[in-house]
Design a protein around this ligand. Structure first.
Ligand code: CA
Ligand code: CA
Length: 305
């Protein structure tokens, strides 16, 4: 492990394709340390140009996609604690890619053959092969801690976090991740140079990157599921095969959160979410994994201070 930005580094060769309690940490840190995760894109670094995409698809193993880097352990972390993970920087490599796959994505019925597209990162912009330009919007697709039992491949979202695909998980966002096993075992990856809400074709601008975070251990602070602070809001989420059920879980989670934070009743929480909460789709690509939905609610103070 070499240093980076004054902190520790998890090298790109230290990847996992699942979150599970038996994983060995690749690094152990103290609370408060800064760590840079070198991350590989969803193809594990195999796509650099458009012609690489069909070659990659011939060897692609659906159980080994979307790698996360890590996991790392935080000294002293135990079940019931929380890892507070602040995203300090996301540095993109220079080439990203996107793919349309027959049989996958919202528009699957119109997709007869594989299509790939390369994007080049030019300054703060993405430039497609066809010359379309738009600003980058770097985000972390996969972030989570290892569950106490079972295993989640890194393509899956769940109550441990994982493949959430929320485009507000960006620089400045703070993830609050429950610790389920000793050390917490934090891993992250699947950086996107840009992703639209829904990720409707199943891939965003998939890209390798360096993600720098500060990790703090907060004793006894875990909620049942991860939550985030993003853009002045609290963020809770739901995942389910069905979008409506994912919405219901995300709203239920936010209601529970507001009951605690704003000291309101559950019906009042529902009313407040209806009045001010934004329900937004994370991933709804119909590609065989649960869909993800989040609720964003502004960080308000309880009535009466
Ligand atoms: Ca993803
Ligand atoms: Ca992705």
């Amino acid at each position: 492990m070499s240093g980076g930005r004054g902190g520790r580094t998890v090298g790109r060769e230290r990847i996992t394709y699942h979150f599970g309690p038996e994983l060995e940490p690749v690094l152990e840190i103290e609370s408060g340390e800064t760590v840079t995760f070198e991350t590989l894109d969803a193809s594990s670094g195999r796509v650099r140009q458009a012609s690489d995409i069909p070659a990659y698809m011939r060897i692609r193993d659906p159980g080994r996609v979307n790698p996360a880097s890590g996991p790392i352990a935080v000294r002293g972390a135990e079940a019931g604690d929380e890892l507070r993970v602040e995203i300090l920087a996301i540095e993109l490599e220079d080439v990203g890619w996107c793919r349309l796959t027959p049989g996958a994505g919202v528009m699957r019925d119109e997709i007869d053959e594989l299509h790939g597209m390369i994007f080049h990162v030019v300054g703060d912009e993405l430039v497609s092969e066809t010359g379309i330009r738009f600003p980058t919007r770097p985000m972390v697709g996969v972030i989570g801690t290892c569950p106490a039992e079972g295993r989640y491949v890194t393509a899956e979202p769940g109550p441990h976090g994982g493949n959430l695909d929320f485009n507000d998980v960006m620089v400045g966002t703070v993830a609050h991740l429950p610790v389920f096993v000793p050390g917490g075992l934090l891993a992250l990856g699947d950086v996107h140079a840009s992703m639209g809400d829904g990720e409707v074709s199943g891939t965003a601008v998939e890209i390798s990157a360096r993600v720098t975070v500060r990790v703090e251990l907060v004793k006894g602070a875990a909620r049942a599921r991860p939550w985030f602070e993003a853009a002045g809001c609290w963020l809770t989420y739901g995942t389910a095969p069905d979008l409506e059920e994912a919405v219901r879980i995300a709203v239920s989670e936010m209601a529970t959160f507001l009951e605690d934070r704003l000291r309101v009743s559950r019906p009042e929480a529902f009313l407040l979410i209806s009045a001010r909460g934004d329900v937004r789709i994370g991933q709804s690509a119909r590609c065989g994994i649960d869909q993800t939905v989040r609720v964003l609610f502004p960080r308000l103070a309880p009535a009466g201070g």
